[in-house]
Design a protein around this ligand. Sequence first.
Ligand SMILES: [Mg+2]
Length: 366
Amino acid sequence: MSKIKLQVRPLNLKLKHPFGISRGSITCAKNVLITLHFGDIVAYGEAAPSTYYGEDQNTVTKFVNDFIRDKSAEEYITNIHKLKDDLDYFSANVFRLSAPSARVALEIAFWDLIGKINNKSLYQYFFQEDDPFLVSENGYQDIPPTSYTIGLDSLLMIEQKAKEALLKGCRVLKVKLGHGYEQDLNILKKINEITKEYPCILRVDVNGGWDLETTKKMIDVLPMYKVEILEQPLPKGSVKLLSEIYEKSPIPIFVDEDCMNSRDVESLAGKVHGINIKLMKSGSIIEALNMINLARSYNLKIMIGCMIESSCGISAAASLSPMTDYVDLDGHILLENDPFSGLLFENNRIIPSFEAGLGVDLSLLN
Ligand SMILES: [Mg+2]
């Protein structure tokens, strides 16, 4: 019998405001929490399944329970790469569903467990040198500031959300667009008006909501609104069209939905400026590290992003943030109640935890 006890349960995360993107709006993220009990140690992992990628709470729960059955999970404590290999094999050949958020949730939980057993934080495992950002005399300057998302909504609500973000001290705003040229332009004008007294940087994420003509028109006007990055303007599967316009674009074009894993990174080289890596898409922290190395070798800029997640999932992603160019790890800040605590948000930066494992504690669960 395994000495590791695994528990899988729904983690419903209520948002402060409805979170709107071009494909729709949600008020609650239906995530899944994984808990590992090993002796006195309790470790956590989180899945943020997305129906867009073929997952929900039920598929994640079934995947994790089916996977762990008959496994001697103790061996993963000393061989996390075997866990990744077994998860990859199981998803491809047994479960026959990619289930990236289910796979990474288990991997995160085992990283947390391994870190707690060995008293090492996650980022200490991922960097060759010790404390690559702690040595900075300027505090945490080596960590890119995170953006804070202003979801699609009525102009009045967008105004309210932007004002709240500024009050929180957020200075990098990711504006969700995709309602069409006129409406999107009105949103940008409104955000620009609200932020003009502040040293703000704007990013635009369309989640595939524009066609080529709208993208071309918007590319010409975005620089006037202090926009530094355009993310996923065209629907997933339109990279060929993007490759025809990206070189002339005055601002970098990133893809998110079009970039799941290392195979996608290879096919995107020379077609866009950068990629948005998310653990919930890559299905593995180890795979995300592979993607970062591969993207660097192809001169692709790297953003580390997230879904709507508690600071459990965000902490895992934040451990990789000093290796990236742009950070978009605000999922937990958008929540009404983050059930986990311990992750620092300072001067627009999510600070990778120095504590063992993920460095977060479950403090509140409805
Ligand atoms: Mg995106």
